[in-house]
Design a protein. Structure first.
Length: 314
């Protein structure tokens, strides 16, 4: 399968996944010859500064869009017009109106558009969704979730006006997948300057309350931590994870009930590998995706934008 990878920034995370697969051929588009040389040298990929060449290449099966969010709609629509499948990084678009335009184009096409909502494929999140659905721990009553991210990818603006879309979105997505849109949103945030901030959000559903902490106010040495505490009428499910440790993801998932506690053994998975494997499996096997759809990504985008507006009012 031939992949047209657009971008030379965050695209490096996708490049490593493709390089580990023997069944993909990749051509990378970028504007900087110096950055393209890194992709050629480190991964052995073909490169080009001419994006038109990727769309004109009949052998390119999938266009992987890792460009700034403002360019997502343009390139998703262009890829569909060129009769290619699309994988696009989060968020789907900067506005709900642009996202809806993408949804309509995808639903009218015989090609698939996948939005990289990787947390839906996270093993602990999939377990959480199963427990919510099957009622094995009773009814969900509260969900406390957190993500704290240091600048491990270098200097980046993760200030108060960017946290919802840049830090919170993937975790908000697994909440929306399980519970839909909340009835009430309360949000408060604090800025530390220099692109660092923290947000506390409370989402109220009919019978569930969701609390979410997001912070970029930690140093690079802290890395990234993620977790949740899901409280059910019959027990608690708790996750603590450090997804970007040098030796690989570290994940601890524990179930607590009146019978005691038990560790739930799940193999840690690289989020980007899981998402790309899912996309390529769907394309290769001709199966319809039900997880990473533009429609689902648009619902999560709406919530993130609502949180942004709540922060502006606070």
């Amino acid at each position: 399968m031939k992949i047209g990878l657009l971008g030379t920034g965050f695209a490096v995370a996708h490049a490593g996944v493709y390089a580990a697969r023997p069944d993909t051929e990749v051509v990378v588009y970028g504007r900087s010859p110096g950055k393209l040389a890194m992709f050629a040298g480190n991964f052995g990929f073909a490169t080009t500064t001419d994006v038109d060449a990727i769309y004109a290449d009949p052998d390119v099966d999938v266009v992987d869009v890792c460009l700034p969010t403002a360019l997502h709609k343009e390139h998703i629509l262009r890829a569909l017009a060129a009769d290619k499948h699309v994988l696009c990084e989060l968020p789907i678009a900067p506005t709900a109106a642009e996202a809806e335009e993408i949804v309509r184009a995808a639903e009218a096409s015989d090609k698939q558009v996948f939005i990289d909502m990787f947390m839906r494929l996270h093993p602990a999140v999939r377990h959480l969704h199963r427990v919510i659905a099957d009622g094995s721990l009773g009814a969900l009553r509260s969900l406390r979730s957190y993500r704290k991210a240091g600048p491990i990818w270098g200097p980046v603006d993760l200030g108060l006006d960017r946290l919802a879309l840049e830090v919170m979105l993937s975790d908000l997505d697994y909440t929306v997948a399980a519970l839909g849109q909340p009835q009430e949103i309360h949000a408060a945030g604090v800025s530390a300057g220099d692109g660092r901030a923290a947000v506390e959000t409370v989402l109220r559903y009919d019978d569930v309350v969701v609390e979410y902490t997001a912070s970029s106010m930690v140093p690079a040495s802290y890395g990234v931590t993620h977790g949740f505490e899901a409280t059910f009428t019959g027990g608690v499910l708790e996750l603590h994870e450090r997804p970007f440790e040098r030796t690989g993801p570290v994940m601890n998932l524990t179930e607590y009930t009146t019978a005691g506690s038990r560790e739930i053994t799940l193999a840690p998975a690289d989020n980007y590998t899981a998402a790309i494997d899912h996309v390529l499996d769907c394309v290769t096997e001709g199966t319809e995706d039900a997880l990473l759809t533009p429609r689902a990504a648009t619902e999560t985008l709406r919530l993130a934008l609502d949180i942004d507006r709540a922060l502006a009012r606070s």
